[in-house]
Write a protein that binds this ligand. Structure first.
Ligand code: COA
Length: 178
């Protein structure tokens, strides 16, 4: 078996699109790991709004100045991808108790498939607990204010995709991440 780097983690997900919850989690992951690969799943049971190319391009733009975050895509069993990258861990975020059952099942299945790779959970920051990609898309679809909930390039991409549009700061008041 190839050597796995314990300081390298893979943070997998659909990221359709990337939210500030994901950004916060990967940055906190970097306090534990030297490098994190943001691995975007190409095929997923979810019908995605953005293509794999678009999701990768958005994430690359968001993390363009972060040398310790590598954006990549994968289209295989997660655990095979992680082993191929030589990463020792899978990083996942937990928002609420409702996430637990699904995450527990996935972590155990991944452990069954490869016992050398560990799943590491971090609790999502309190201020992003309510956030999901689906809820952001729904708000954006009806022209609601998503500023501060997703990175700037994602705000723009969502408004273009839904044909809605206004700049951040001119509707509904609440902005920023406080
Ligand atoms: N803050 C805010 N929201 C968060 C979050 C955080 N820290 N972490 C997750 N979420 C949200 C996401 O926005 C997403 O919301 P949505 O369902 O409304 O889109 C949801 O929680 C979970 O999404 P995500 O973290 O992207 O994970 P996922 O469930 O879409 O990804 C894979 C699952 C891709 C990791 C999994 O299917 C996989 O490994 N696939 C590869 C094939 C495989 O190996 N299968 C067997 C697995 S045992």
């Amino acid at each position: 078996m190839a050597d796995l780097n314990p300081r390298l983690a893979v943070y997998p997900g659909t990221f359709d699109p990337l939210t500030m919850g994901h950004v916060s989690l990967i940055r906190r992951g970097l306090k534990v790991f030297d490098q994190v690969i943001l691995a975007i799943a190409e095929s997923t049971p979810k019908k995605t709004l953005f293509t794999i190319g678009e999701r990768v391009a958005l994430a690359k733009e968001v993390f363009r100045d972060d040398t310790n975050i590598i954006v990549d895509s994968f289209d295989s069993l997660l655990i095979d991808y992680v082993a191929e990258k030589g990463a020792g861990s899978v990083l996942r975020g937990l928002r609420a108790v409702s996430d637990f059952e699904y995450e527990f099942q996935m972590a155990l299945m991944n452990r069954k498939l490869d016992r050398e790779i560990q799943t590491v959970f971090m609790i999502t920051d309190f201020k992003w607990m309510y956030l999901s990609s689906t809820i952001v898309k729904e708000v954006a679809m009806y022209g609601g204010d998503i500023c501060g909930l997703v990175p700037g390039p994602v705000v723009k991409a969502l408004h273009i995709r839904y044909g809605t549009g206004y700049g951040c700061g001119d509707k509904h008041g609440q902005h920023g991440d406080d």
